[in-house]
Unconditional design. Structure first.
Ligand code: ADP
Ligand code: MG
Length: 224
């Protein structure tokens, strides 16, 4: 289970102190597909980053599968992220100088998965995302939808327990976005992976559970 209790996070910026998250408590059960919903600036990314240990909350704690991640030392946190988490961002964030297959293989290498096991897993993922033909392509040769399919494969390659996605369909047309989300759900289901996704897309939030609503950094609803 992923459990957040009393998460509070402020930023100091040119606009003064901005309270990005105010006293957020919630939980997401293992295997769920959860959505974080809210307008731009409501705190969705900050919440995802706090859950994944990319931001440290000012107060409160995040318990991921029993581990209070903000109490880990930086090196233990890196190990935890590398092993158990997968991230998908709005623009894919593939490494531009690596091929599609090398991008997908990156988290495998980092987790010591090498040789034939690694090759087989990359091949299976390329087939899952229907991009075998792009094995040796570079990211700039891909369309937006293809980039996100590769991002999904890369995020899930090492079979993480939690997949965090920050508006992964924001730059895609509706049908391409639908396909990317379906792919994410299918792969997550196959591997018993929990998903938490920030999104504006009503079609996605309609099928997500729980839906975590944010407004000005406050939790406005958590449907179970
Ligand atoms: P969303 O993802 O819903 O658009 P964010 O979590 O990015 O919202 O931002 C929530 C609030 O926190 C916004 O007011 C934003 O300007 C502010 N914020 C986020 N990150 C930073 C940062 N690194 N420095 C200063 N302010 C930030
Ligand atoms: Mg955001």
């Amino acid at each position: 289970m992923i459990q957040l209790s009393h998460i509070t996070k402020s930023f100091r910026s040119g606009r003064g102190q901005v309270k990005a998250l105010s006293d957020i408590s919630l939980s997401v059960d293992i295997g769920r597909f959860a959505a974080i919903e809210g307008v731009s600036g409501s705190g969705k990314s900050t919440l995802l980053y706090c859950i994944g240990g990319l931001e440290k909350p000012d107060r409160g704690e995040v318990r991921c599968f029993g581990t209070i991640i903000h109490r880990l030392t930086p090196s233990k946190l890196s190990l935890f992220q590398r092993r158990h988490l997968g991230f998908i961002f709005q623009r894919g964030n593939l490494l531009s100088y690596l091929t599609v297959a090398e991008n997908i293989g990156m988290p495998l290498t980092l987790n010591g998965i090498v040789g034939k096991v690694r090759d087989k897993r990359i091949e299976a993922l390329l087939s899952d995302i229907d991009l075998k033909s792009a094995t040796n392509a570079l990211p700039h040769e891909l369309s937006g939808g293809e980039t996100q399919r590769v991002s999904v494969a890369r995020a899930i390659a090492h079979r993480p327990r939690l997949l965090l996605a920050d508006e992964p369909t924001a730059n895609l047309d509706t049908s391409t976005g639908r396909r990317v989300v379906q792919l994410m759900r299918d792969l997550a289901k196959d591997h018993g992976c929990t998903i938490i996704m920030a999104t504006h897309d009503k079609e996605i939030t309609d099928t997500a559970e729980p839906v975590i609503g944010l407004k000005d950094g406050q939790l406005i609803r958590e449907e179970k």
